[in-house]
Design a protein around this ligand. Structure first.
Ligand code: SAM
Length: 394
């Protein structure tokens, strides 16, 4: 990547002025003076578009150069970066898959000495430039692969790793073996050199399988931002090795919901109490559902569950501090044929769980539109019968 070209003020101005331009048209019909570097310019425009909502501070800083668009898709957000920086701290940190460096930079505030390792030359070069622009003095960038760096590293350290998926077509499957580097193959080296290791995995990872493949897992963090699971973090503790099972922590950032922590053995040891829908419906946040605390959610908040596979909970009374959404039931057993009686203006938000049809199909069939305060909530009850209730958020 010709960084000196991207640093020129007229190039920066052109990129800024063409923020909204159709990139395909620009590639086909580039201005003569930028003809030889139009691919680089197009990438900067595309990456800046992604940065605008994901990394507003980077977008606003014109001294920074953006890495290719894929790096922006893969990097952490400020919310999850900050969250990780509170998980571990120490003397020396090695980020084995540095990428755009968002995680490196957030974590660097917690360590004296930091190493950013990246095997892609272009991404490495961009990071070196941005490091200078951001005046970060405790971070060193290394252009090499994680396996070699770790093999040659001869001191004890904390390691962070956020592996890249090898094939984007496998986006629905997530296994450590399908990623680069393969974390499982690095475990013997971690055993020799790590004080702690923090592994970032994609939301679709199978948490129990991952725990069984890794070693010394002391904590699992299932991190959502506004009810969407963004990442699953595994903390391996080589300083205090025990046979204790890991604490699973479910967190929903950018909300006022408190953390929900549990052990898998706790979840396995209890039974749910089931009932029909009562006055209030409780919908746990996405992190809790991802972590599989299906029985404990009801147990901790003294709620009845609706059905084994319907992860809605209910009670006669409201519960303060429930980590999820709470709805007050207005009408039960809604008759679909007579929906206009319950929803007179035709506006209702549709929400389903373990229901045969998706919200969009239901909206089309019932001829209702999103909006308003009311929610039409579909689910299968304890005798497996699909039903609807009408509710509003508390
Ligand atoms: C998911 S991204 C990391 C994003 C980073 N955490 C951030 O916040 O910007 C993974 C990065 O690891 C790099 N990578 C993949 N395999 C690697 C390897 N074996 N050694 C070093 N880097 C590798 C990729 O080029 C990519 O930039």
């Amino acid at each position: 990547m010709d960084l000196s070209f991207l640093k020129q003020s007229e190039v920066k101005a052109f990129i800024k002025a063409n923020e909204q331009t159709d990139v395909q048209k620009l590639l086909l019909n580039p201005p003569t003076e930028f003809k030889n570097h139009i691919g680089l310019i197009a990438d900067q425009i595309l990456s800046r578009r992604k940065a605008k909502s994901k990394l507003p501070e980077w977008y606003a800083n014109h001294d920074l150069i953006m890495p290719p668009p894929l790096s922006l898709e893969q990097c952490s957000s400020p919310a999850t970066g900050t969250y990780k920086s509170n998980i571990f701290s120490g003397e020396t940190l090695v980020d084995l898959t540095g990428g755009m460096g968002i995680d490196t930079l957030y974590l660097s505030d917690q360590f004296k000495e930091v190493h950013h390792v990246e095997r892609n030359h272009q991404i490495h070069e961009v990071f070196v430039h941005n490091l200078q622009a951001l005046q970060k003095t405790n971070v060193q960038a290394h252009h090499t692969n994680a396996e070699d760096f770790l093999g040659q590293f001869d001191q004890k350290a904390y390691f962070f790793i956020d592996p890249a998926r090898r094939s984007e077509s496998k986006s629905r499957v997530f296994l450590f073996e399908d990623c680069s580097p393969n974390v499982i193959e690095l475990l013997p080296l971690f055993h020799q050199k790590a004080e702690k290791v923090l592994i970032k995995a994609a939301p679709m990872i199978d948490v129990s399988l991952a725990i069984s493949q890794l070693e010394n897992v002391s904590e699992v963090h299932v991190v959502s931002v506004r009810n969407e699971v963004k990442e699953v973090l595994f903390l391996l503790d080589y300083q205090n090795q025990t046979d204790n099972e890991p604490m699973i922590k479910c967190i929903n950032l950018d909300t006022d919901q408190s953390e929900f922590c549990f052990l898998t053995s706790e979840e396995k040891s209890i039974k749910s109490e089931y009932s029909e829908m009562k006055n209030y419906l409780f919908d746990p946040n996405a992190s809790i559902l991802k972590a599989g605390a299906f029985k404990l959610t009801g147990n901790r908040y003294q709620l009845n569950k609706i059905a084994v596979n319907t992860h809605f909970y209910t009670s006669e009374q409201f519960r303060e501090n429930f980590p999820g959404r709470v709805f007050e039931i207005i009408e039960k057993d809604i008759n679909k044929k007579n929906i206009s009686k319950s929803v007179p203006n035709g506006k209702v938000n549709v929400l389903t769980k373990n229901y045969p049809q998706k919200p969009d199909e239901i909206k089309k069939k019932l001829k209702v539109k999103d909006g308003g305060e009311l929610y039409l909530i579909g689910f299968k009850d304890h005798v497996n019968k699909p039903q609807f209730v009408l509710a509003k958020r508390v």
